[in-house]
Design a protein around this ligand. Structure first.
Ligand code: ZN
Length: 143
């Protein structure tokens, strides 16, 4: 009798957690930001691409959930739109050069600077493609 009650209580709690998680995921998918992630973000790592460093993050839906790289939803990965200096990790200043139409990334802390054909918002789309592909390949190796 008591065990039956306990079982149904456990079922109720696990269903409740599932509903909450689903709700959080829905929120995040729509705007590709961390609005649904009330517990902040996981730092997945740094990727050195296009001569600069990109911070890769993953929304945290649950305070106790441990991040498992093999089961995360790759479409939820978010790349920080501000690239960082490969030498000292400071956020880079972005300017457009008038004549060459190139984008210049400069570090205000050290003397690092580099140019690109696209601005950081355009670059971040390519970075996301590459990062997702790297994680997919890593998973395939594990299987
Ligand atoms: Zn620097």
């Amino acid at each position: 009798m008591v065990k039956g009650l306990l079982d149904s209580f456990n079922l109720f709690i696990s269903l409740l957690i599932k509903v909450i998680k689903l709700f959080h995921k829905k929120n995040v998918k729509y705007n590709k930001s961390f609005i649904g992630a009330e517990y902040g973000t996981y730092e997945l790592g740094e990727f050195h691409l296009f001569n600069v460093i990109w911070h890769v993050k993953y929304p945290r839906y649950d305070a106790f959930e441990k991040l498992n790289i093999n089961t995360i939803t790759l479409s939820n990965i978010v790349i920080d739109t501000t690239p960082r200096c490969p030498t000292c990790k400071t956020e880079l200043k972005e300017t457009k050069t008038k004549f060459t139409r190139k984008v210049k990334f400069q570090c205000v802390n050290c003397r690092f600077s580099t140019t690109a054909n696209q601005n950081s918002e355009e670059l971040v789309i390519d970075v996301e493609r590459i990062v997702k592909n790297k994680y997919e390949n890593r998973r395939m190796k594990d299987v």
